[in-house]
Ligand binder design. Structure first.
Ligand code: ZN
Length: 253
């Protein structure tokens, strides 16, 4: 009985990850990214990890949050940039930007150990996805929407969680179905351009786009909110995957 309660408790905790796309969102980003990897990047990732299925590695960084040994990493998944400001190191809260840069360095350095590189890769895959969730670049006032209590189809939750997973789960697509659907109208020129974008480009996009997440009248969000935000949600999932492929293709040349 005790074990059962523990199990349910852990399950509930995992389901309410504080920061980041839910498992499905991260898997979508991973699958899109893998589609646009160069052969060279795929080969090197396979050598490092045993396979190059990025969706399988994409949510590890959230799962370890329940491990006290990784508690210090909770602030790596987000950052804050108030409206009208640009990201500046040390000035804003959350370490996502510094960590993405650090993990890119670790992966490029010859003297990093294999284990260091494996951890860096799993975090990088995850964090590039997280930073495309507009509420991951918080305004500095409401913990990225976690403090904004509201309802989703009558069920109590918060705005951050709606963007992490509720909007995605609402469609009841598997991650691979969703990723394939996002890539249907593929525009190669656009993809190349996104792949070349820098980290600060997508941080500042999230800062500007998050305004739309707060645009609702009644705090019981339903299908209208979904249809108002579907395009933004899907653009960010697709961009997250494409930008991740760009980062990885540059690292594993
Ligand atoms: Zn996360």
């Amino acid at each position: 009985m005790n074990y059962m309660i523990k199990f349910i408790f852990i399950f509930v905790l995992l389901g309410q990850s504080l920061f980041g796309w839910g498992n499905t969102g991260h898997r979508i980003v991973g699958k899109v990214a893998e589609t646009y990897l160069t052969k060279n990047a795929k080969d090197q990732i396979k050598k490092l990890m045993g396979h190059h299925d990025l969706s399988r590695m994409s949510y590890w960084a959230d799962h370890i949050k329940s491990d006290p040994d990784w508690k210090h990493a909770n602030d790596w998944h987000w950052c804050t940039v108030p409206d009208g400001e640009n990201y500046e190191k040390g000035k804003h809260k959350g370490l996502a930007v510094e960590k993405v840069r650090e993990f890119i360095d670790t992966l490029k350095k010859k003297r990093s150990t294999k284990e260091e590189k494996q951890i860096a890769l799993k975090f990088l895959i995850h964090l590039v996805g997280d930073l495309h969730q507009p509420l991951h670049v918080g305004n500095g006032d409401d913990r990225g929407g976690n403090s904004v209590r509201l309802k989703w189809f009558g069920e109590s939750t918060n705005l951050h969680s709606v963007w992490d997973s509720k909007l995605i789960d609402y469609q009841k697509l598997s991650y691979s179905e969703y990723a394939n659907y996002l890539m249907l109208d593929e525009n190669r020129g656009q993809i190349r351009q996104w792949q070349a974008d820098s980290l600060l480009t997508y941080i500042h996009e999230s800062r500007d786009l998050r305004k739309q997440c707060y645009d609702y009248q009644k705090d019981d969000l339903k299908w209208e909110y979904f249809y108002t935000n579907k395009d933004l949600l899907e653009q960010r999932l697709l961009q997250g995957g494409v930008r991740l492929s760009g980062e990885l293709n540059r690292i594993f040349k």
